[in-house]
Design a protein around this ligand. Structure first.
Ligand SMILES: Cc1ncc(COP(=O)(O)O)c(C=O)c1O
Length: 405
């Protein structure tokens, strides 16, 4: 088949594929533990459900303006004021089909073929593919000091005359590392000096622990927002446990938002009116669910770290936020895809191979399941990787027999 170069080059989404594999195994009655998940298990806020139900009940389910309904854009202005302490106007906001679409239309609005986009490694799986979808070149930068915390010098070294944009995701998927305020200040200043777009992917910004406070990149711009090239992306998926509602947004200069809106208008039109009203409900809700989710995730993180700290052979660093731990399993297998398949086949635990995030030898383990999932999942992995352990492990009504060394 004569597919386009882009059609041939863009990879399947590893995380969505794993969800499918796990779902199929579960449907067959297999006792699968999903430690690969990227979505909180809680329910969406009641105000979100009421918002959606109101539109459905009215029977008037129509197109909306391409950048979203005014009420939702205004609520995002309010969110920016409340959680970033920064004033923007409705024209600075676009609501999209998830943060994913917001990032995608932003890249389409700013990239020409052969432009380069720099981001720290490990990175969210979609950045390289999204950049490639624009015909541009992804440039992943590994922190020189071997940590999960990039420094400005790492980014500086990767910037060339072809660089058009930098993407920063903090706290980070997959590492859970939250970058320091001074790094964010540096990167905002650097991008401004070099006239680069800076896309801040803040989708996990309120899911942080240990008393950390979200960092507002807006604070560090040195010019009028409309002439700055800072774009801040966020959404309802993670913080409100609303992944299936598919509403995210971007806050940027008026000219950029106008171009993004034109692109979105031809791609998908505005997001579904039902889901926009759900997002509006979530943003206007009392926010207690975000606090509850943060507490649950913090507790799950503690349990996960307790389990991992007694796991010989791995290297685990404590995440500052998100619901991920990014663990070095290279002592067991440097090929993370092979290791993830082995764990799924032998002990029915889903993990995400680090190579998908640009870092082989690691596995991403998620803390968004139950405490039981975490403890039993790690117990199974430990058993699978311990050749000196017992020859049998009982899970549910199944007995696993070790038939490997
Ligand atoms: C870093 C990062 N950015 C963006 C997204 C996309 O979020 P949404 O569901 O709003 O499209 C994800 C989802 O996994 C993510 O991990």
């Amino acid at each position: 088949m004569s597919l386009s170069r882009i059609g041939q080059s863009v990879a399947e989404s590893a995380t969505l594929k794993l969800n499918m594999v796990a779902g199929n195994l579960k449907a067959k009655g297999e006792p699968v533990i999903h430690l690969g998940g990227g979505e909180p298990k809680g329910k969406a806020p009641m105000d979100a459900l009421i918002g959606a139900a109101g539109v459905i009940g009215s029977g008037e389910v129509r197109y909306t303006p391409a950048a979203g309904i005014p009420a939702l854009r205004d609520a995002i202005v309010g969110y920016t004021e409340r959680f970033y302490d920064y004033g923007v106007k409705r024209e600075n906001v676009i609501a999209s089909g998830g943060a994913k679409q917001a990032i995608m239309v932003c890249l389409q609005a700013i990239l020409d073929p052969a432009d380069e986009v720099v981001f720290p490694c490990p990175y969210w799986v979609s950045y390289p593919e999204m950049v490639k979808l624009c015909g541009a070149r992804p440039v992943a930068v590994r922190p020189a000091d071997g940590t999960f915390y990039p420094r400005l010098s790492d980014i500086e070294k990767a910037v060339t005359p072809k660089t058009k944009a930098v993407i920063i995701n903090s706290p980070n998927n997959p590492t859970g590392a939250m970058y320091s305020e001074s790094f964010i200040a540096d990167i905002v200043g650097f991008c401004e000096k070099k006239d680069l777009f800076l896309i801040m992917d803040d989708i996990y910004h309120r899911l942080i622990f240990d008393g950390l406070k979200p960092v507002s990149s807006f604070r560090f711009i040195g010019k009028e927002f409309d002439s700055s090239k800072l774009v801040v992306v966020n959404g309802v998926s993670k913080q409100y446990a609303m992944t299936g509602f598919r509403i995210g947004w971007a806050v940027g200069g008026v000219e950029l938002i106008r171009a993004m809106t034109n692109i979105q208008a031809h791609q998908t039109s505005g997001p579904s009116v039902v889901l926009q009203h759900a997002a509006l409900g979530a943003l206007n809700s009392d926010q207690s669910q975000v606090d509850n989710l943060r507490e649950t995730l913090d507790n799950n993180r503690k349990v996960m770290m307790e389990q991992l700290n007694t796991f010989d052979g791995i290297k685990a660093s404590r995440p500052d936020g998100t619901f991920y731990c990014f663990i070095d399993f290279s002592k067991f297998d440097k090929d993370s895809t092979r290791l993830a398949h082995f764990l799924l086949e032998k002990v029915k635990v889903v993990t995400v191979p680090g190579v998908e995030f640009g870092t082989d030898g690691f596995l991403r383990l998620s803390t968004c399941g139950s405490i039981k999932d975490i403890t039993q999942g790690i117990e199974r992995i430990r058993w699978a990787l311990d050749p000196g352990g017992s020859s049998e492990l009982t899970i549910g009504d199944q007995k696993l027999i070790r038939d490997w060394k």
